[in-house]
Unconditional design. Structure first.
Length: 149
């Protein structure tokens, strides 16, 4: 104060008002930036939770797929075993037409078994990748929660 009617260094009350407006104009953007930053942090946390939930769903889906592939492999192995036994019987009985049909079925079942084995390998690879993503996302959330970079 300079001793003149409570003024704070301005020459007149009009200049006082102008100075207050300028400082208010500086404070508003600062407050806006702080509120946007706070909401962005909240959005990040929500996005992290969504990402973790998505990863968990993917892991569950991959496990279901893998169980289905294992079941298919067991069924295909039983089919191959049955076809081999039928082929062996037909050859022993001398029924060439039936043996030919059983040989075609055996070949088809072996191909199906091979395909199911490949599906299982792909699903195990996908499961491994999804588990890695899940661990990484959980680790990131924990690190962010504790304020470490």
């Amino acid at each position: 104060m300079n001793g003149r009617h409570g003024q704070t260094g301005a020459e007149s009350p009009v200049e006082d008002i102008k100075m207050m407006r300028k400082s208010a104009l500086c404070i508003v953007p600062l407050m806006l930036a702080v509120s946007v930053g706070a909401s962005a942090g909240q959005t990040d946390a929500t996005g992290d939770r969504r990402e973790i939930r998505r990863d968990v769903r993917e892991v569950r889906h991959d496990r279901r797929e893998l169980r289905g592939d294992k079941r298919d492999v067991r069924t295909d192995k039983a089919d191959v075993k049955r076809d081999r036994a039928e082929l062996k019987e037909d050859l022993k009985a001398g029924d060439k037409a039936e043996a030919k049909q059983d040989a075609r079925e055996l070949k088809a079942d072996k191909r199906e078994l091979k395909d199911d084995h490949q599906d299982g390998r792909r699903d195990r690879r996908d499961l491994k990748a999804d588990k890695r993503d899940l661990r990484r996302d959980v680790k990131d959330v924990r690190r962010d929660r504790h304020g470490r970079k």
